[in-house]
Design a protein around this ligand. Structure first.
Ligand code: HEC
Ligand code: HEC
Ligand code: HEC
Length: 126
């Protein structure tokens, strides 16, 4: 093979490698990975509505300790981009969407029932 031919093959291999990495990333996003394979973001404040009774901080670390899988939320309506899941209103939560998928006083995780939306202070601080 000419050196030029080798160069093209080398570049092709490089492209195939990147495509492989993209496929792995997609598999991770699809929730087929275990928790240990991806580091979730640090705790963050959810954008607060004017009428909100107090700021809500979301903790990936504390949730992962209890629910164990990214897909518990990210295969439902929660997007892997802050602010992308639509407005987090109590009406949406009460319909069982977003946080309301678990915080309904019925769903259990890690052996106990998850606290319900009635416990305002458990989410809304200060
Ligand atoms: C208990 C629910 C829940 C679980 C489990 C969960 N997440 Fe999230 N994640 C959220 C919420 C809520 C948001 C913010 C979504 C929004 O604002 O629209 C978020 C956002 C993200 C973001 C975007 C952060 C940013 O700054 O834009 C990434 C990345 C992410 N999660 C990764 C993960 C990974 C990786 C895992 C598993 C290790 C995981 N999440 C498990 C609820 C969860
Ligand atoms: C997949 C189920 C699930 C979803 C979705 C979920 N949670 Fe939780 N959450 C839990 C579990 C399990 C605990 C542990 C406490 C318990 O069992 O009551 C918890 C605990 C908490 C706590 C107390 C611990 C801490 O982090 O300070 C807060 C606050 C909280 N959740 C807020 C939220 C908010 C806000 C959302 C939506 C953005 C949300 N959760 C979505 C399952 C969930
Ligand atoms: C599982 C967590 C959780 C619980 C429990 C909870 N909220 Fe919320 N709430 C949120 C999140 C997340 C938002 C969006 C961020 C914000 O505006 O602070 C929100 C927003 C709000 C808003 C502004 C948006 C809207 O829907 O009008 C009000 C008002 C509100 N909550 C009232 C309450 C009251 C009253 C309770 C108790 C009866 C309560 N919340 C319990 C998570 C919770």
């Amino acid at each position: 093979m000419s050196p030029r031919g080798t160069g093209v093959a080398g570049r092709r291999a490089g492209v195939a490698g990147r495509a492989g990495a993209a496929a792995v990333a997609l598999a991770l996003l699809a929730g087929s990975a275990t928790a240990a394979e991806m580091t979730p973001p640090k705790d963050f404040a959810i954008p607060r509505a004017e009428s909100s009774p107090g700021g809500v901080t979301f903790s990936h670390a504390r949730h992962m300790a209890r629910v164990g899988r990214c897909s518990a939320c990210h295969m439902r309506d929660v997007k892997m981009k802050r602010g992308a899941s639509g407005p987090m209103t109590m009406a949406a939560l009460e319909q069982g969407r977003l946080c309301g998928a678990c915080h309904d006083g019925k769903t259990s995780a890690g052996g106990s029932v998850v606290f319900s939306l009635d416990q305002c202070d458990a989410c809304h601080k200060d």
